[in-house]
Write a protein that binds this ligand. Sequence first.
Ligand SMILES: NC(=O)c1ccc[n+]([C@@H]2O[C@H](COP(=O)([O-])OP(=O)(O)OC[C@H]3O[C@@H](n4cnc5c(N)ncnc54)[C@H](OP(=O)(O)O)[C@@H]3O)[C@@H](O)[C@H]2O)c1
Length: 274
Amino acid sequence: MNAPAPAPATTRPPHAPWRTALITGATAGIGLAFADLLARDGVRLVLVARDGDRLAEVAERLCAEHAVAVDTIAADLRTDAGLTLVEARLRATDTPIDLLVNNAGTGTRGAFHTLPVQAELDVVALSAVAVLRLCRAALAPMVERGSGWIVNVSSLAGFQPDPLTATYGAAKAFSLSLSEALYDEVRGSGVRVSALCPSFTATEFHRRAGIDVSRVPPRAWLPAERVAQAGLRAVRRGRPVCVPGAPYRVLAALSTIAPRPLARFGSRLFAGAR
Ligand SMILES: NC(=O)c1ccc[n+]([C@@H]2O[C@H](COP(=O)([O-])OP(=O)(O)OC[C@H]3O[C@@H](n4cnc5c(N)ncnc54)[C@H](OP(=O)(O)O)[C@@H]3O)[C@@H](O)[C@H]2O)c1
């Protein structure tokens, strides 16, 4: 674990209930947007990603711009060693983590039987196994303290089976279902759990995964900051599920109420349009 930036004392502004937040996948896209928003609110941060140099750059910038304490953990969350490092920080009683954002994720696209199995396993490792382990590590001390917030970044893809992104949809369905169940289990304990389920968000995600999005119309894309803002608002208000963007909320509602064969059909149409 590194602490590249000096650690000035942070004060909790009245509108931010959390003092210290840990964000996975915090150097790009939605995770970086969470980090920026929280730093602006004076929240002490612990940022997790694999690339240590990029982590240090982000930490130094946030510290310089917002005078907040920023620690970093360079960890590959597909590995047991990486998860063990982050779990230890979540269990630490010194400056306890009161907001966990499980955001790191990756994707693949193509017919399932043609995709490299390791890439599929990586999707499950980040969007299911890491979410499970980090929720487990964070929740016990949060419930004991009677206070805490967890945002699991799932996806609109988690609402229905997703041909051509089959593993991704299944892994995101896991994180959505886990989040909703945990929301219910800890209700009344002072701990809140929300699933954030964005659709197309302008980040590095699709380029990194080699997914061609040239057919996705510009108006379909949400800015990462808007998505992160919606996630923070949802967990603060105790909403179990947050789908940013009105048209996507309609799609999520339709997927929830539609008979399964119809949901599959709609998803196939949507996949074909991408
Ligand atoms: N973008 C979208 O359209 C969209 C839509 C719905 C849901 N989501 C979900 O939103 C979340 C964030 O995605 P994004 O679009 O912001 O992605 P992104 O721009 O590609 O950023 C991914 C972040 O995760 C980190 N990361 C990747 N693999 C990691 C690993 N093995 N261990 C630790 N950190 C890792 C990356 O840093 P390093 O490479 O340095 O590790 C980076 O900080 C994901 O869960 C994704 O599934 C995205």
